[in-house]
Design a protein around this ligand. Structure first.
Ligand SMILES: [Zn+2]
Ligand SMILES: [Zn+2]
Length: 445
């Protein structure tokens, strides 16, 4: 609401993204007092993404955020935060558990030294969270989501894993032996926020800052599948950890982004979960128990008889001429996906705003609806044969939810046009689905 803009919150939101908050304004006694910095930054995420699109277009003459890929990245970001509707983040919950029962001493929450100690502590722990996420296959199965885009832009930053938090907490709990959870709750957010703006090709070099800080230049290397990029530059805010522990690589020839073996799909649950199934399948091809277990605990390139991390001899060579997977879909379909993505984004936002007054049953139902919507939109982007049938089913559910007031229109003044649009969508996809069913039946005959 224009009249209600809180400039202090706004200022903290934007400075929080660049780690420019002082200890004085971001130290709190209780966890409950800690602002939701990530949530507050949402408008700035959008603003910077629009800016990147404009600057990118002026520089290259083409959209630097391809629609299908961008929507999939944003959808992954949404999915990764769904568990927080019901529980606190795993990392903070585990931290509070250890602090409550096992703390050895209490650093004062209102001392700048504690704040700086935690800045270094959380960033150091993040380095190891991230390194293990690349060197231990079952954690990589969670983290590969973040690397699954073949593009590198600000939406890639939000392409986050749903499952990674279930292991990353282990690396932070040693800090809970000495430092209060409220300061941890600040830094775990600031560390994540800082990593947003470095996902861009628009910034080439930042001079002396490149020595100390993780920058777009260093993080591009981390997202590369060129041989010189694999398992390099794990740092969060500081790059010094990579320089210290021998995992640093300078940006050299053109970085080709994405997984060594691209997944070529925008189906959102597949993006999140496929590697777990792949690992299970691979472990079943080995005969000894040691090899089966090693599939999960060693690096993704490990093979029996090789060292812990294996080697990369089977990697397809990177030539720099790789063309990212791009669906060919019509303009009306693109418009359709954008509108329905915005609608589900509104539903998602409303759900987080109202979670305190909704029953667990309603929240669970809405989470399933959001997952169904994102899956269905992914099917349309992928141009799958069954997309129309799935979308028809989804439209029926959406109309029902709208009737009962669980789903709000994009803007309340647009309620009638939105509903008309949704009804037309339903009709369109129902006809498509019907003709698909007929053609499936004809093939079967
Ligand atoms: Zn990574
Ligand atoms: Zn990244």
């Amino acid at each position: 609401m224009a009249g209600n803009i809180d400039y202090e919150v706004m200022s903290a939101g934007i400075r929080g993204m660049f780690f420019m908050l002082t200890p004085n304004e971001s130290s709190f006694e209780k966890v409950e007092e800690v602002p939701h910095y990530v949530q507050q930054a949402t408008p700035f995420f959008i603003l910077l993404m629009v800016l990147e699109l404009v600057v990118g277009f002026l520089k290259t003459g083409a959209p630097v955020i391809p629609l299908g890929d961008g929507v999939t990245s944003l959808a992954a970001g949404m999915i990764s935060r769904l568990p927080m509707l019901l529980v606190r983040g795993c990392e903070l919950s585990a931290y509070m558990f250890v602090w409550d029962r096992y703390r050895l001493m209490e650093l004062p929450w209102d001392c700048a030294w504690t704040w700086w100690f935690m800045f270094l502590g959380v960033d150091f722990a993040y380095y190891w969270v991230h390194r293990f996420a690349h060197e231990v296959s079952f954690i990589w199965a969670a983290h590969q989501v973040h690397h699954s885009s073949e593009h590198y832009n600000l939406t890639t930053a939000l392409r986050q894993s749903l499952t990674q938090q279930f292991t990353s907490w282990i690396f932070y709990v040693p800090l809970a032996l000495v430092a209060p959870p409220s300061i941890f709750a600040v830094h775990i957010q600031l560390n994540l926020l800082y990593q947003f703006w470095i996902h861009t090709e628009m910034i080439k070099d930042l001079g002396p800052l490149e020595w100390i800080f993780n920058t777009p230049k260093h993080h591009r290397v981390h997202h590369g599948r060129n041989l010189y990029c694999i398992d390099k530059n794990y740092g969060g805010i500081l790059i010094i950890w990579d320089r210290l522990f021998g995992t640093f690589a300078e940006e050299k020839e053109k970085v080709v982004f994405g997984l060594v073996f691209p997944i070529n799909t925008f189906e959102i649950l597949y993006v999140q979960l496929h590697y777990f199934f792949y690992l299970w399948g691979r472990s079943q091809t080995y005969t000894t128990l040691a090899d089966k277990v090693s599939t999960f605990l060693n690096g993704p390139s490990w093979q029996p008889g090789k060292g812990r991390l294996g080697d990369h001899v089977d990697n397809p060579p990177v030539t720099g001429k790789e063309i990212p997977h791009q669906p060919s879909w019509s303009l009306p379909q693109q418009v359709y996906v954008v509108i329905h993505f915005l609608l589900v984004l509104r539903t998602y936002h409303d759900l987080f705003e109202n979670k305190a007054i909704l029953s667990h049953f309603t929240i669970l139902g809405m989470v399933l609806y959001i997952l169904l919507t994102l899956t269905s939109l992914g099917y349309i982007i992928d141009q799958r044969p069954t997309a129309a049938i799935l979308e028809t089913v989804r439209c029926v559910i959406m109309v029902t939810l709208q009737r009962y007031g669980y789903v709000a229109p994009l803007l309340s003044s647009l309620a009638v046009p939105t509903e008309a649009f949704v009804s037309l969508s339903l009709l369109y996809w129902a006809l498509q689905g019907f003709s698909q069913l007929l053609s499936i039946k004809r093939k079967a005959d």
